[in-house]
Design a protein around this ligand. Structure first.
Ligand SMILES: NC(=O)c1ccc[n+]([C@@H]2O[C@H](COP(=O)([O-])OP(=O)(O)OC[C@H]3O[C@@H](n4cnc5c(N)ncnc54)[C@H](O)[C@@H]3O)[C@@H](O)[C@H]2O)c1
Length: 196
């Protein structure tokens, strides 16, 4: 069982958090939208995805899945943080990374123990370095972390099935994890193998 924080409870974040919880992990999903979080706590889904409501409700009841607007609450016991915020197309056609930047800044300011930060949002090449830089520059004091890229490929309408049975998993990181004696590769791969 792993403690996981999911940042951004939209299509990808809600599916990711719900499916990880259903595998037995403890998940706290954080969103800046108070209304979205309050609704989710009442079992009101922000999206329609076949089966998602039932799986979410089962895991909320089992206390494996919770929702919060507080990064401090989400990151409290987390070992892994999945960034799942939106990256809408900007005016120039490039992905707008403002939500990624904001999430990275708040993670940096809030974290009080080593973390593996995994980006699931759709982003351009180089965003892992950007997230690393933002976290390094915004931490009040240096705490080890590693940024991993693991883009999501789920399709709306079959999100749960795609998450549980992916036809591919892309996973990479430029840096060692920075946690003593825990190489990032074996840690994440063990986790992924066990979870998927
Ligand atoms: N929807 C899909 O089918 C799909 C599939 C594959 C990949 N993706 C990618 O995954 C990412 C997320 O997509 P989505 O469809 O889930 O987006 P979404 O717009 O449905 O959800 C994003 C959520 O992030 C929240 N958020 C924004 N800034 C935040 C912050 N700083 N802290 C916490 N929460 C914040 C928003 O309130 C919203 O609830 C995008 O990059 C998208 O391109 C989406």
């Amino acid at each position: 069982m792993k403690n996981i924080c999911v940042i951004g409870v939209g299509y990808v974040g809600l599916t990711t958090g719900t499916c990880f919880a259903d595998m037995g992990n403890k998940v706290c999903a954080v969103d800046i939208s108070k209304e979205r979080v309050e609704n989710l706590r009442k079992g009101v889904m922000p999206i329609y995805e076949p089966g998602l409501k039932e799986v979410a409700e089962r895991n909320i009841k089992a206390e494996r899945l919770s929702f919060s607007t507080s990064y401090a609450e989400g990151l409290k016991d987390a070992e892994f943080v999945f960034i799942c915020v939106g990256t809408p197309e900007g005016e120039d056609g490039e992905a707008d990374l403002q939500y990624i930047r904001a999430a990275a800044q708040t993670i940096a300011k809030t974290m009080d123990h080593p973390l593996i930060v995994i980006n699931k949002s759709t982003v351009p090449i180089g965003t892992g370095d950007l997230v690393s830089q933002i976290i390094s520059e915004n931490q009040p004091k240096p705490i080890p972390f590693s940024v991993v890229s693991c883009p999501e490929f789920l399709r709306e309408g079959s999100a749960i099935r795609d998450f549980q049975n992916p036809d591919r998993t892309v996973l990479c990181s430029a840096r060692p994890i920075g946690m003593p004696r825990i190489p990032w590769r074996s840690c994440i791969c063990r986790y992924v193998r066990r979870s998927w």
